[in-house]
Design a binder for this molecule. Sequence first.
Ligand code: NAD
Ligand code: ZN
Length: 345
Amino acid sequence: MKSMPALVKSHAAKGLELMSVAVPEIGPRDLLIKITKTAICGTDLHIYNWDSWSQKNVKPPTTLGHEFVGVVEQVGLEVEDYKPGDRVSGEGHLVCGRCRNCRAGRKHLCIQYKGIGIHTNGAFAEYIAFPASNAFKIENSVKDQVAAIFDPFGNAVHTVLAFDVTGEDVLITGAGPIGLMAVSLCRHIGARHIVISDVNDYRLEIARKLGASKAVNINQSSLSDTMQDLEMKEGFDVAFEMSGHEGAFENILSSLIHGGKIASLGIFPSKVTVDWNLLVSKGIEVKGIYGRQMYDTWYKMSSLLSSGLDISSVITHEFSFDEYEKAFQLLQSGQAGKVVLDWAK
Ligand code: NAD
Ligand code: ZN
């Protein structure tokens, strides 16, 4: 049996192991993809740290990784749309295809999806066996580094396009990679003021470069002062919650205009207390955002990039896969945007 390197959650404890595992066999509807680059997601960090969420969701041994780009090496017998040599990324949510939402074309709301690199073996390896139905061809003009982050880019696109932002004032809480991509996208599609908040100055600096009107360290200044600076009188029209921190939700509620809208992507570690009466009296609309629309968001991502959207400065570091410890520590420190691992050795 042919073997390959893979980054595996091998034991129910903190850390990851670089192991030699068998190259996966493909089924009739799968692709065997040779991985070029992968990116590390906050979820991978949770699994690395073996927090309570990971303990409930991951069963070692599991190969991690769901943000990837690679080249098709082999196609299953029933695959018609792909051939060896195609460069692809892919949707990491494997849906059941049988529940009501799947049958109604709302696959991103499947009630029993599985995540690659969480519930099944993922892309932090030389090869992945991947359903052709979930793959997405990458245009030649898109660099490998950017193609490797289509998954979180899709979270940003799905969230930002949930409400109309053209000519609107937008608040983004959280300047993690997804919040940063949201800044670029809001600028690209014609928002007016784009204010982003975080507690991390390294990331706020990237947000400024990407076109934020103001990047606010929420521990040092307030959103009401920022609004005054921008001569905003009644509040933000749209907010994107992209931090998963409770304080951010309070900031949003107090600075949104009456009738404002919230698209909420961030995952909170525990239940959140919300001033519900404020939400009601302001007539605020809230939409939860999960994953990416399958596959509308993927087509939008591709078109947005070819229409000139540039998200490349969100990627701040690249390491070879065997330097994974360094990469995980760096991400943990917060002194990074998106961190990419290279597998093309
Ligand atoms: P990240 O953890 O890298 O970024 C979160 C940022 O929020 C950090 O830079 C942090 O410093 C900042 N922050 C902390 N406290 C804050 C506060 N009070 N106000 C504003 N910012 C604050 O995460 P990411 O990878 O960019 O993802 C963003 C969020 O989206 C995370 O919560 C992640 O779990 C979640 N997520 C959700 C989905 C989904 O499908 N709903 C998918 C991917 C990620
Ligand atoms: Zn389903």
